[in-house]
Ligand binder design. Structure first.
Ligand SMILES: [Ca+2]
Ligand SMILES: [Ca+2]
Ligand SMILES: [Ca+2]
Length: 152
């Protein structure tokens, strides 16, 4: 019985320590190449963030920085609910089709998440996504090339 209590206590402590708040937001899905032709003046690509945490998070002022040194700032008043999504649409000059690494940075400059180098030369509705949503083991195996699910 004592042993069982110790085991239960250990499980409780591990579960309640949780992940740091910042760690619950990831870059969850990236569409680098939407179906059809793109031109520089039309929106064509998007990045989906996902909150796997149990509380909503205000991500105003967070940044997404690309390996080409392009930076997008999340607008003021942006909140991702718990188990919720946020989609950011960008134009062709911002997101090339190949070898793109995206980094999510909090306002104090802390790196929150980073994608592997992603390429999408297929001009179709497939996109790179963590599968299942939010899976983050810092491995390329977290990512699959699946039918787009922007915002869900
Ligand atoms: Ca695509
Ligand atoms: Ca395309
Ligand atoms: Ca999705």
């Amino acid at each position: 019985m004592k042993t069982l209590l110790k085991v239960l206590l250990a499980v409780f402590l591990v579960a309640s320590s949780g992940a740091p708040a910042l760690g619950s937001i990831v870059i969850n899905e990236v569409e680098l190449n939407s179906p059809g032709d793109e031109d520089f003046t039309r929106t064509y690509a998007w990045i989906e963030l996902y909150n796997s945490g149990s509380a909503s998070l205000d991500i105003s002022g967070w940044k997404i920085v690309s390996s080409e040194n392009a930076t997008a700032v999340i607008p003021d008043g942006t909140v991702i609910p718990a188990i919720g999504y946020y989609g950011l649409t960008k134009t062709l000059d911002w997101l090339p089709h190949e070898n793109v690494v995206l980094v999510l940075v909090s306002p104090n400059g802390t790196e929150v998440d980073r994608t592997p180098a992603l390429s999408d030369t297929e001009d179709n509705e497939l996109s790179w996504t963590r599968d299942p949503d939010g899976r983050d083991t810092d491995s390329i195996d977290d990512w699959k090339f699946l039918v787009s699910s922007n915002g869900f």
